[in-house]
Design a protein around this ligand. Sequence first.
Ligand code: FES
Ligand SMILES: [Fe+2]
Length: 403
Amino acid sequence: MDTATVQRFLDGMKYETERTAPPPGFPQLPDIPAGRYTDPQFLKLETERLWRRSWLYACHMDDLPSPGSYLLWKKTGTPILIVRGKDDVVRAFYNTCRHRGGPLVKSECGRQDGFVCGYHGWTYSLDGRLVNLRDKRDFPGLDLSQRSLIAVRCERFYNWVFINEDPEAEPLLEHLGPFHEYFRQFQPDCWRFVAKESFEVRCNIKVLLDAFLEVYHLKSIHKDTVDRFLDHRGTTIALYRNGHSLMVTPNRRPDWQDPGTRGMRRIETATVLSSHNNPSFNFYPNLVVPVDPTGAPFLLFWPTGDATMRIECHWFAPDWGDGPPPELWKTRIANFDRILDEDLQFAAQIQESLMSPGFRGIPLNYQERRIYHWHEELDRRIGVERVPPDLRVEPRMQPFFEN
Ligand code: FES
Ligand SMILES: [Fe+2]
C-alpha cells in the first residue's frame, strides 16, 4: 500500500471523526427489501447466480502440503477435488469420473499419486488426464484426451487458494482489484495456518455477513470488549468494483496495542494503517479479513440452508519457526471467540423476526453503506432483470467507488 493511499485512509478517519452529518451529496438509501432474506425464489437465484459463479476461498497451501495432497470441497453443493500437482500447481476438478460419475476421492483430504475411480477403475493423473482404463478393447475409438476430468477455475491470492465454478470468471487477482497490492505489506508468503473453528448459526447468511460489514453495533453488543478500544465514529470506508470493500477503524488511543498480540511475531513492513488501526477487508461475497501484522482470521460465511449458515474462522500468522503455533494463540483465539459470541447472540432471534410480518425492510445509515454496496453487487451478479422488481436494490454506490 503506497504512502498516498495510507494517507488517504488516515485523512478519512480524521474526517469521519469530525463530521456532523453524512458528506454533502451522499444519497438517501432506499430500504433493503425484507424478501431478500426470506423469499425462496430470490434465495434460489442467489445460490445459482452468486455462490456457483463467484471466487470463493477454498484453502491455504498448508492444507496441501505436498504433491498429490488433495481436498474434497463441497461448499457450493458441488463436489470439487482440489489437488496439488507434481509441478506444485494447485488445480481443481469436479470429483466426477468421466465414465459414469463415480467419485475419484471419498475422504475429505489425503495424498495420492493419481486417482482411480472406485466404480470401474478409470485412472486419472494428478493434473486430471485420463491415463488408463480397464478393458480398453471394449471402448474402440475412445479418445482418452477428450475425457479428462472437468476443470474448475482455481487460482491463488498469495498462498490462499480460491475456486470459481464459472469458467468465464475474470482472473482472481484482477477481480480483487488493489487487495493483492494492499496485502503485500504483510509478507503473506511467509504466513502459515494456525488453527480453524466453525460454528453453526440459525439465521440466513446475510444476517451475519451484514454484521461484519459495519461497526455501528460496537457500542451495544461489544460495549465491554471491542468498543473499549475502537472508535467506530472514525471508521473510513472504501468501496471497490465487484462488491469488495475495506473499512479501517481507528483505536481510541493512538498508541494502544491489543494485549492479546503481545509477544507474537509482528511483520515490520506493515503500514501504520494496520499496525495502529484496524483494517477489515471484505473479499466479496463471503470472506472477511480483519488483518493485523501479527496474524488474521479468515472469517468465512457459508449458507447451509435458507435460514441456517456456518461461520468458519481460519487463523493464519507469520511463520513462527519450528514446532506448533506458540501457546499465545490459544488465548488470542479464545478472546476472539468471546467477541464472536457477542456477534452471534441475536442471530436466531433476528431470523425469527425476518419471518414475521413485523419485518418490513432495512433502513441503512451512511456508516452501514458497505451492506448496501454488498446488496447492489448481489443484484449485478444475479442480473437485475432476473430479480423480482419489489426485491431489487436501486444502485446508489457506484459514484463512490475507488478507482
Ligand atoms: S464411473 Fe468411474 S470408472 Fe466407471
Ligand atoms: Fe461485531
